[in-house]
Write a new protein. Structure first.
Length: 275
């Protein structure tokens, strides 16, 4: 898997060509979803190496109606000063954007767009996000929800491409992890609000969970050995233990609450500076 994380010469050449095109008149915001997935695959970033936040949040569509006010959170005011936590929070903000779209909450879209742009500046990739945030605000004014969803997908793809261009694969993976952790908090919270064994099945995502456990285990030592890194590793393994049930054994309501609490703890530490 580590080899898959490094760009081949062909992929790197593709990346340079694509970034050049994205900077010109034809932006990635005009591409169709299949094009974005093709780009992610060519860059060595796919649903197995850095899952699209849109994909990991598809479960929300099967859990409607979503109790928006109970799972929405206040967006952070301060911008994280360290890049890893900034990447984790950016992923979480993209997930918040998908939640606002799923609930068609127009008033929440503008704050998401502003924070995304602020975080992109912190990562040094604002030029790759600026057009998307502008488009998000314009489409929110027209309540064009499917188009806003596409802009959020494109935002993640653009930032991933920029990070890979800088040979900073870890940041691309942390964005995906941050989005998944926020998504786990959302979906488990929705399940807890209206528990049934059938709804709880949506919390069982063993392949994604195994991937993120592996990613956390291979973080750079500074982050891995930090309080945040240690809590993420511990809590992800606990979620893994909870969902590792024998066949035909449902996730109980108590299990769903425990998963929600673990996700909340990880997201709280990310938002509060790892403390």
């Amino acid at each position: 898997m580590m080899e898959a994380m490094h760009l081949s010469a062909r992929r790197f050449a593709f990346l340079i060509c694509w970034l050049g095109a994205a900077a010109g008149p034809v932006s990635a915001q005009n591409r169709q979803p299949d094009d974005i997935e093709h780009i992610r695959e060519e860059l060595g970033v796919n649903d197995f190496t850095a899952p699209s936040i849109e994909i990991v949040l598809r479960e929300l569509n099967g859990l409607k109606p979503v109790p928006f006010d109970k799972i929405w959170r206040d967006l952070p005011d301060a911008t994280p000063q360290d890049r890893p936590r900034l990447a984790l929070e950016m992923g979480a903000i993209i997930a918040d954007g998908f939640l606002a779209v799923a609930a068609e909450k127009q008033s929440r879209i503008e704050p998401v767009g502003r924070v995304l742009l602020k975080y992109a500046r912190g990562l040094g990739v604002a030029e790759h996000v600026n057009n998307h945030t502008r488009s998000i605000l314009e489409k929110a004014a027209r309540q064009q929800w499917p188009q806003i969803k596409l802009e959020l997908i494109h935002t993640q793809a653009e930032v991933e491409a920029a990070m890979l261009g800088l040979k900073d694969e870890e940041i691309a993976h942390l964005i995906a992890l941050g989005g998944w952790l926020r998504g786990l908090e959302m979906t488990s919270g929705v399940v807890v609000e209206n528990y049934t064994p059938e709804r709880a099945v949506r919390l069982v995502q063993p392949e994604l969970l195994d991937y993120f456990i592996d990613r956390v285990s291979t973080l750079n030592p500074t982050l891995k050995d930090s309080p945040l890194g240690q809590v993420m590793e511990k809590d992800l393994k606990e979620v893994k233990r909870i969902i590792s049930k024998p066949p035909d054994t449902p996730i109980s309501e108590a299990d769903a609450k425990r998963i929600r609490d673990l996700a909340r703890e990880m997201n709280r530490m990310i938002a509060n500076g790892g403390e």
